[in-house]
Design a protein around this ligand. Structure first.
Ligand code: UDP
Length: 330
């Protein structure tokens, strides 16, 4: 039987595909290549280019392949764009997930591991954030992910769908071999932008606001290595297979770093100057997001290994340094 990775050609999805193959699992990839890269998926596994909103296409994939579990990575995920294009986010994310769940119900496939986000919490009242804390998104991206979680919850009641929703904090790093990594166009995420600046591809990095109520005025985030993140996904697949109940888990490290601290760490790792300047706040950005990952540790047995921020940046740097043009440079 196979795991279907929707969005398996993207940054996080491709790391899942590689780890599933490491563990000798069968895997099938669907991706519309809107933001994913065909080169990020090994050539010898089934790959279907198409959109999750295309009902007929998805139905055919489920008919052709022996799928018993699903990993859903396919989504738009940029806070800033979602503020400007909320309807695009509802269409791709919420409607796309609706079509996927309908297809799964029709095909009799019950298990799904779902990419959710810390953005569902909005501006937290306290950190570290627990899964039982209020979910009050402050941008359309987080709102769509919360809507998708709620859709799965009601499908659990009505159709025996079984899900694990993983609320990611800030994912960074790359497969230590350097085979795959992060390549977005345009890039908006902090760690790759810092490293592109280190490579000289950008003159400087703009820090989005230094008047937040934090120790140095810049936003605090909790960074998790993509390899550890994916380990939690595979544990979640096994948890569902073993009869685990549907649930929601945070994936983070319980440690927060300011934007300035991340730039400082990257200067140390790369030995480059990395010029920075202060800009306006980015609309939709909460001040501080730090996870309590205790539930994932207790229930899924998650034991993240590459938690050190220098390790996360070193692995990301290994990818960027060797692939300055991302997959385009291959
Ligand atoms: N950030 C920044 N400059 C950039 C990109 C990001 O100052 O060029 C900040 C952003 O405001 C946030 C943090 O870095 O506080 C992480 O942003 P990212 O987009 O990587 O992830 P998000 O937290 O939005 O999921």
């Amino acid at each position: 039987m196979s795991v279907l990775a929707l969005g398996g050609a993207g940054y996080i999805g491709s790391h899942a595909v590689y780890q599933l193959l490491d563990r000798e699992r069968e895997v099938v990839v669907v991706d519309n290549l809107q933001t994913g890269h065909r080169e990020a998926v090994p050539a010898n596994i089934p790959f279907y280019e198409g959109d999750v909103r295309d009902r007929q296409f998805l139905k055919e994939v489920f008919a052709k392949e022996p799928i018993d579990q699903v990993m859903m990575f396919a989504a738009n995920s940029l806070v800033g764009v979602s503020m400007k294009e909320p309807l695009q986010y509802f269409d791709n994310n919420v409607y796309g997930t609706q079509v996927l769940l309908e297809t799964m119900v029709d095909a009799g496939v019950s298990d799904i591991v779902f990419s959710s986000t810390a953005a569902v919490y909005g501006e937290p009242n306290q950190v570290p954030i627990k899964e039982c804390d209020p979910a009050m998104p402050q941008n359309p991206y987080g709102e769509t992910k919360l809507a998708m979680e709620k859709m799965m919850k009601w499908c659990r009641e009505a159709h025996d769908l079984r899900y694990v929703s993983l609320r990611y904090f800030n994912v960074a790093g790359a497969r230590p071999s350097g085979a795959i990594g992060e390549d977005h166009d345009p890039e908006t995420h902090l760690v790759p932008i810092i490293l592109e600046t280190a490579l000289g591809k950008r003159k400087s990095i703009t820090i989005y606001g230094d008047d937040y109520d934090t120790k140095d005025g810049t936003c605090i985030r909790d960074y998790v290595h993509v390899e550890d993140l994916i380990d939690a996904h595979i544990r979640a697949l096994d948890y569902l297979k073993d009869g685990g109940v549907s649930d929601v888990f945070n994936l983070g490290s319980s440690t927060g770093f300011t934007v300035k601290e991340i730039i400082g760490a990257a200067r140390a790792v790369t030995g480059k100057e990395i010029p920075s300047k202060i800009g306006e706040r980015r609309p939709g950005d909460p001040t501080k997001l730090i996870a309590s990952p205790e539930k994932a540790k207790a229930v899924l047995g998650w034991n993240p290994k590459r938690t050190d921020i220098d390790t996360i940046i070193e692995d990301a740097w290994n990818w960027h340094h060797h692939h300055p043009d991302g997959y385009g440079g291959r």
